[in-house]
Design a protein around this ligand. Structure first.
Ligand code: GUN
Length: 290
């Protein structure tokens, strides 16, 4: 079998187009644009690239972008004071504090300060809890993007065996919750799991989010499985995923490439979450088709 390659870039472009239409409608009915504030502390080169792309995409979607760049030496108290000001700013619908934060700043304490209604990353415990109990929540962007790609490819996910490799709060755990909500039978595997190839071989759906270059091999897969590769690893100057694409694409039914798979979805979903948050804050029904 040769797997179909899932074109995340094309799907993300479509989603960004639908968000831009929703933004125009929101702006026409409320008289103001949705606003997204992004906070970057320090000089981490990868984070600088992400923050610049987020700002550009926000403006391209017709939203207001507020960028706050703070020095590496910023204290936790100063950062928390900024988040409080953004909470109180009516023109700000979404707040994203870029992670990782410099050493000495407690990430959870900062995230806990964000107004859950503006938590477009979905990292606040209130949103994690709402997702877990099946209430309306702002959901982390990367796993929500993975779910959109899976539903687009497979349709109904009910009864499917899903294996999520990785248990981070940003990807693995919310991914598992989303798949459970879709009536999948979900296994979360991680670095201490025994016989990982044996576990993965049961899966109709594999989501790899471990940060180990090309760890998942083709002979770990059930033939026809849908494989979502969240990994972004730089090896000898080249980007590779957590899945060995060459061998996996000979066994899988469908697979996301790196780059061009999950990556472009994250920012598109961030824009979507910001538009959803803006509607909720304005007392409007959620935008449709997103
Ligand atoms: N760093 C890496 N991924 C993310 C993300 O999705 N959100 C934030 N805030 N920081 C990140």
């Amino acid at each position: 079998m040769v797997a179909a390659v899932i074109d995340g870039k094309a799907f993300a472009e479509g989603l960004r187009g639908r968000v831009a239409e929703g933004v125009a409608a929101f702006t026409a009915s409320t008289g103001r644009k949705p606003g997204l504030a992004v906070v970057l502390v320090g000089q981490d080169p990868a984070s600088q690239v992400y923050v610049r792309s987020k700002g550009k995409a926000t403006i391209a979607a017709g939203m207001e972008s507020f960028e706050h760049r703070l020095p590496e030496t910023t204290s936790q108290e100063e950062l928390i004071a900024l988040v409080r000001r953004l909470n109180d700013n009516e023109t700000v619908d979404g707040i994203l504090v870029q992670l990782p934060l410099p050493k000495g700043i407690d990430e959870q304490a900062v995230i806990a300060t964000i107004d859950p209604a503006k938590d477009v990353d979905g990292f606040h415990v209130i949103n994690a809890g709402r997702l877990a109990v099946g209430e309306e929540a702002l959901v982390p962007c990367t796993p929500l993007g993975c779910l959109m790609l899976l539903k687009d490819r497979l349709g109904d996910l009910s009864g499917k065996e899903a294996v999520v490799i990785g248990r981070s709060n940003i990807v693995g755990k919310p991914m598992a919750q989303l798949l459970l909500q879709q009536n999948c039978t979900v296994t979360i595997a991680h670095s201490r799991s025994k016989d990982l190839p044996g576990v993965v071989r049961r899966a109709d759906i594999v989501v790899a989010a471990v940060g180990r270059p090309e760890m998942v091999k083709g002979d770990w897969l059930k033939p026809g499985a849908a494989v979502i590769d969240v990994g972004i690893n730089r090896v000898d100057g080249k980007l590779v995923g957590d899945v060995d694409f060459a061998s996996a694409s000979e066994v899988a039914g469908a697979i996301t490439p790196v780059p061009g798979g999950v990556g472009p979805m994250t920012i598109a979903v961030l824009l979507r979450n910001t538009l959803v948050a803006a509607h909720a804050r304005a007392g409007l029904a959620p935008p449709e088709g997103l």
